[in-house]
Design a protein around this ligand. Structure first.
Ligand SMILES: [Zn+2]
Length: 317
């Protein structure tokens, strides 16, 4: 993509890379202001440079709340088709000469061990929900450095993934993983069906939520299990109180789902929330109602939800 750098501008309404959108969940344009903050007040990561997008420290980022369905989202947000700038051009400094991302270095081995241990918990959670006796196909939506796909491979699980960040995609390919850009995948593989779909720390990034639904609907079948986690509107309040914005980073994180909004959204493609959590005690599966777990767990502004597909046909968005 060839870019003309934007002149620094404090108002995103005048920025050609950004657009004001109606509610991405219900389509209605009736919002109230939920939160706004100048970019300079967010955590400044040295490795990220958004100046090419015309963003400076005084550029005001705004978060809206839909008066109809209560969805909370960044608005204006990066225009469809320009997401690549946020995920590729702005990150050049992050990967340059960084041993963490050079396969085989000690730094890289430590990094992937740590991440794999984190992701193993998630993989086990969803593997416990399905029969593992037959061959299983897993799809990783936003597969990053391929930690989950690598783990799945170890378990003899066939996997595929998509990733928008070109560096990470290249990294996965070097590991021999079956990964594609979203466009490549859509052009060739939308007829494939998967038993498990993982969407880890991804949904908050997605600008085109209709496309997300289209993909997960096309590649799922009855009883496909989908794992997703992300950030809720509460996170913005929590980080505002601390005066530290780390995860509420409004250029990359544009969607703040509450549990009920996410359930409503996923229902459009017949994915329904799994109501119980399975824990293993001495190798035996025990089912615990999620309502109980939510009462016990303090709300830290993060959600984790598992859905199961109930029927085959797509009813439209
Ligand atoms: Zn809405």
């Amino acid at each position: 993509m060839v870019l003309e750098p934007m002149v620094n501008n404090n108002n995103l309404m005048d920025n050609k890379y950004f657009e004001y959108v109606s509610c991405p969940i219900c389509g209605i344009d009736n919002v109230s202001l939920f939160f706004s903050i100048p970019y300079g007040k967010l955590k400044q990561k040295k490795s990220l440079d958004y100046s090419i997008l015309g963003i400076n420290k005084n550029t005001v980022l705004t978060v809206s709340k839909c008066k109809n369905c209560k969805f909370v989202f960044t608005n204006p947000r990066i225009r469809k088709g320009y997401e690549e700038i946020v995920y590729n051009e702005s990150k050049q400094n992050l990967y340059k000469n960084n041993k963490t991302f050079i396969i085989g270095t000690t730094e890289n081995i430590n990094f992937s061990r740590g991440r794999k241990l984190q992701y193993l918990t998630i993989l086990l959670k969803i593997l416990n929900l399905i029969s593992t006796d037959n061959s299983i196909k897993i799809f990783d939506f936003g597969c990053g450095f391929g930690h989950t796909l690598s783990l799945a491979k170890e378990f003899g699980i066939d996997g595929m993934g998509i990733e928008i960040d070109n560096f990470r995609l290249g990294y996965c390919k070097k590991l021999g993983l079956n990964v594609y850009t979203p466009d490549e995948f859509k052009a060739e593989f939308l007829n494939l069906k998967f038993d498990l779909i993982i969407c880890q720390s991804v949904i908050e990034h997605i600008t085109d939520l209709d496309e997300f639904l289209l993909i997960i609907d096309s590649i799922s079948k009855e009883n496909t299990v989908l794992y997703t986690d992300g950030v809720t509107p509460k996170l913005i309040k929590i980080e505002n109180k601390k005066g530290k914005f780390v995860k509420a980073h409004f250029l990359e994180h544009v969607n703040y789902f509450s549990g009920t909004t996410l359930d409503f959204f996923m229902r459009k493609v017949a994915f329904y929330p799994f109501k119980k959590k399975i824990v293993l005690v001495n190798g035996r599966k025990i089912f615990i109602p999620l309502t109980l777990i939510r009462i016990l767990r303090r709300d830290k502004g993060l959600f984790e939800r598992i859905y199961i597909k109930k029927r085959k046909n797509y009813e439209g968005i």
